[in-house]
Design a protein around this ligand. Structure first.
Ligand SMILES: Nc1ccn([C@@H]2O[C@H](COP(=O)(O)OP(=O)(O)OP(=O)(O)O)[C@@H](O)[C@H]2O)c(=O)n1
Ligand SMILES: C[C@](O)(CO)[C@H](O)COP(=O)(O)O
Length: 226
């Protein structure tokens, strides 16, 4: 059984809007609705858990679940950090889950082929991250001074979904909380327990909609795909 946890319980501070960015309409359809639809329409996804802010539950049910007939999704409540939201989602996943995908609600342009590929690789490798090779040169900077320039050919930008054997990700989360370890992605927690994580090619269109300028690119992607 393949389950996806879609996290949409952030506050969207960097978007600087009065509504949660998940509910911003992109060419007439809410961002989170677009993201959920990709997974609902993927034949390899058996279960969907969406993590939302508890105070947004009524709005989410009325304006997303009922409006788009997303009747089979499960809801979990978010936590203070992204990692806390995901842990709440993991606790909602069915016990018959084998593979769990973790995906940002703010990444509505993930494509079905990438989802399929990440599941296929995770079945063999137990842990996989979707990403793209860095195009820019990346600098390590401390106090405004460049300390290191890692070799660009080795650098990838991690995206989501990040896909794991269910038992491995649960063990990683339990270990992380035991040591009060917080990562900026889920792979960090799996790496922390010493598990090898594979990288698979995603798409440069699989952007995380974070800041206002991302909305223009989002509209370009939608128009290009129309
Ligand atoms: N406590 C949190 C924080 C983030 N997220 C989700 O994790 C994804 C990636 O996080 P990000 O893009 O940073 O969203 P926000 O945290 O909402 O944005 P900001 O940092 O600007 O407040 C988003 O879909 C967001 O809703 C979450 O479910 N719970
Ligand atoms: C998980 C992630 O999308 C990988 O790039 C990213 O780390 C999330 O960061 P955020 O600050 O929670 O958006």
């Amino acid at each position: 059984m393949n389950s996806v946890i879609i996290v949409a319980a952030g506050s969207g501070k960097r978007m600087n809007t009065d509504i949660n960015k998940q509910f911003i309409k992109l060419n007439g359809k809410e961002m989170i609705a677009r993201t959920i639809e990709v997974f609902i329409n993927n034949k390899n996804i058996d279960e969907i858990v969406v993590c939302i802010r508890e105070e947004e539950k009524d709005f989410f049910i009325k304006n997303i679940v009922d409006k788009y007939n997303f009747n089979n999704i499960k809801i979990a409540y978010g936590g203070k950090e992204r990692q806390d939201s995901i842990y709440n989602g993991l606790k909602e996943v069915s016990t018959s889950c084998n593979i769990v995908l973790i995906h940002d609600g703010a990444r509505p342009f993930v494509d079905s082929q990438t989802i399929d590929k990440s599941i296929q690789v995770a079945r063999e490798k137990k842990a996989v991250v979707v990403g793209v090779p860095a195009k820019d040169t990346i600098k390590v900077v401390e106090d405004g001074v460049i300390k290191e320039t890692p070799k660009r050919s080795k650098l990838w930008l991690a995206q989501t979904p990040q896909v794991f054997d269910y038992n491995i990700i649960m063990r990683a989360y339990q270990e992380a909380y035991k040591n009060n370890y917080y990562g900026t992605d889920d792979s960090m927690l799996v790496e922390y327990i010493g598990q090898s994580v594979s990288m698979v090619m995603g798409s440069y269109e699989n952007i995380k909609i974070t800041c206002p300028e991302d909305l223009d690119f989002a509209k370009e992607i939608i128009n290009k795909r129309a």
